[in-house]
Structures are given as C-alpha cells and as structure tokens.
Write a protein that binds this ligand. Structure first.
Ligand SMILES: [Zn+2]
Ligand SMILES: [Zn+2]
Length: 112
C-alpha cells in the first residue's frame, strides 16, 4: 500500500457504530473512542456549502441547525472518509477519518 503508515495509523477507525439516529461512535486503531452527535457532525460539515473553500471560514450558521438533528445514513467513502446524510437533507459533506479524529470532543488532537 502506498500510504503514509503513520498517518494512517493515527486516524484509522477500528469500528464505526451508528447509535440510533442520534450519534455516531468510532473506536480508533489506538483504542481511543470518539462519540459524536449528529448535530456536532452537521455543524462541522466540511463541504463547500458549509465552509468557504478559499478562506476556510465556516459559512454555515449553526443556529440554523436543529440541536437534535438526526443522521439518517452513514457510508464509508473510498476507505478514508464518511459520508453522512442528515435529517435536513444535507449529504454533501465528506468527513475524512483524520478530520473526524480532530473534531473529537476531547480536543487532544486539535493542538497538534
Ligand atoms: Zn455541508
Ligand atoms: Zn477524543
């Protein structure tokens, strides 16, 4: 495999579980466990409609997102990311595993 092994190891999910329509649970290869509500995932959507591609600034207004928004569908994309379909019909966001690890609520990885 032609991939940076270290990078891959940092952010490879061992198990991805959708807990009902409310949250998503990821167990990582280093046994770190992350739990995300779909609200959190929705407001962190990295797609071009939610984040300005040039400035990297968020254009999505979090207040427009229902706090209890549900996730209808979670799919693995190309072995490196998740694609999520939300209750509000939004489904253009591709969430790379590395990004998901970064937005984990423990914030350990945001500092690196
Ligand atoms: Zn989006
Ligand atoms: Zn964490």
């Amino acid at each position: 495999m032609i991939q940076d092994y270290k990078n891959k190891k940092e952010a490879e999910p061992k198990q991805i579980r959708k807990l009902g329509n409310k949250s998503l649970n990821i167990v990582w290869s280093d046994d770190h466990i992350s739990e995300y509500t779909f609200y959190k995932l929705r407001i962190h959507c990295p797609c071009a409609a939610c984040v300005d591609e040039l400035s990297g600034k968020k254009v999505l207004d979090s207040k427009q997102v229902a706090p209890l928004i549900q996730g209808l569908n979670v799919n693995i994309v190309g072995n490196y990311a998740l694609s999520i379909t939300f209750e509000d019909g939004h489904s253009t966001g591709i969430y790379p595993f590395k990004y998901l690890r970064q937005i984990c609520s423990c914030k350990i990885w945001l500092e690196n």
